[in-house]
Design a binder for this molecule. Sequence first.
Ligand code: HEM
Length: 370
Amino acid sequence: MFEQLTGHEDPHPIYERLRALGPLSGDGGLWVTTSHPVANTILRDRRFGMRFSDGSRPANGSLLAESFLELDPPDHTRLRRIATPAFSPKKIDEYRARVEKVADALLDRDEFDLITDFAAPLPISVISDLLGIPDADTAEFADYGALVAASIDSGVTAEMADANDKVLELFDRLIAQRRQTPGDDVISSLIAAEAEKRLTAQEMLSTLVLLLVAGFETTVNLIGNGMRALLDHPSQWKLFKANPELASAVVEETLRWAPPVHMTSRIAHEQVHRIGKDEVVTLLLAAANRDPEVYPEPHKFDVMRVHKPEHLAFSSGIHYCLGATLARMEGEVAFRALARRMPDLRQTGPVEFRDSVVIRGLKSFPVSRS
Ligand code: HEM
């Protein structure tokens, strides 16, 4: 059924057809759920993992297959623990003023593309800074990172494998520099962990690629999808402009209504009810976020909505997004800056969509300050 999907059209009519089949439907060992409680339960259930029960990885995996995103415990636990301190709420809060400055500088313009001139450069600059990638290298990392991210959708092409080699080379060079002169950045903290034999050189590289790609390929769509939703719902945009303290509510409703990541999957490591050992379940996070059993009027974009339970845009369980606090802060800063600096913002031409069906958002969104 997913073959019918493209990144261009609204996938929710297809998700609703799947929902009509029941909370968990399946065919030939491939299962799919649109239900919030079922998806949440599977994501939290240790009998499900990212890999098959013998530790092998699914064919057609992405270039992030060796990163902790696609590993099961105990390796997942060990590597995630090493990366976690860099993304603690306290660290991220200390970082807010710098993000505000970047956002402000990016908005010194009148006619621009909301994606390529604002929503993309903001998280790219933030994650590069956190990791310790110098400004001079940021554009190169970003271009290659985008290709690595594309492999999440389509599997690995020769062009993507080549881009991956380039990112690894660039990181190798930075790691060598940081070994000489450590700084207050994630690369330096991973080098310290490597010296204590807590991770291998290979694991350090795959962790860095994961943080780079996860750090910008998703957040760009939180900002883009949220701004599009606000401009398409003028009463909500007006409400937010009059009440900038609603920034966090705008972020949460965007994540529920137009999440950057539409789906993920898990593999059963043993028979669980109807799901057989080593069978795969696709979890439609975007459909779970519009589960009518959980959210009244689920298709309505409403920033005043009470989010209980939490949407699944950041997943759930042990792989819950490590960058969630950072992404939320970047989204809040971006929406507030746009509302304050550009209250008359308007769309000036047609939007262009990304091709991806997993990571959903816009490639281009032409706008004008007035
Ligand atoms: C709005 C922006 C973002 C969204 C919607 C998002 C979404 C997600 C989702 C759905 C997962 C889990 C996938 C699964 O369970 O299979 C995930 C994992 C992850 N995300 Fe994010 N993410 C965002 C921003 C970020 C940022 C800014 C970072 C910073 C580096 C980040 C780093 C990670 C990492 C490291 C993981 C792997 C966690 C693990 O496997 O334990 N994400 N993200």
